[in-house]
Design a protein around this ligand. Structure first.
Ligand code: HEM
Length: 124
């Protein structure tokens, strides 16, 4: 499932959905909403699968494997406290933020780095 997240098409559509989130009036351009919204839905579906897998394999007796495990541990501690920010909804938003912030930035940086090295073989 993570390979589906890494395709160029998915990234472009995710980037588009972020732009639309910031400038919603663009949704009035015919065809734009139809293109971007299913991609966002697919992304959240993949994300939910990853989180479900995490929850089923999480072992509170072991040190956290990653950030999601650490968040799950905080959720456990905060059980029964409605004031806490450590809940399912925030876990989903948190991980989706990190995927979105990290994917297009990193792949664009790598694409530019490769392009510049092609143009300047002396620094390869
Ligand atoms: C080459 C790759 C990356 C570039 C060029 C980049 C660029 C940036 C820039 C310019 C900001 C500041 C935005 C602003 O405050 O106006 C930012 C913030 C942030 N980036 Fe990245 N980023 C990259 C990779 C990543 C990765 C891999 C992640 C997560 C896995 C990430 C997560 C974040 C987060 C969470 C913030 C907000 C931090 C805060 O304000 O507390 N970024 N990034």
């Amino acid at each position: 499932s993570s390979s589906a997240l890494s395709t160029g098409r998915t990234q472009t559509l995710l980037w588009l959905s972020q732009v639309l989130n910031a400038v919603p009036i663009l949704l009035r351009i015919p065809g734009v909403a139809k293109k971007a919204l299913p991609a966002l839905k697919d992304f959240l579906y993949l994300l939910d699968n990853l989180l479900t897998e995490h929850k089923t394999t999480w072992d509170s007796a072991q040190p956290p494997r990653d950030l999601t495990d650490a968040f799950l541990a905080e959720m456990e501690k905060a059980k029964g406290n409605p004031e806490s920010s450590f809940n399912d909804e925030n876990l989903r938003m948190f991980i989706s933020d990190l995927f979105m912030a990290g994917m297009v930035t990193t792949s664009t940086t790598l694409a530019w780095a490769l392009l510049l090295m092609i143009l300047h073989p002396d620094v390869q």
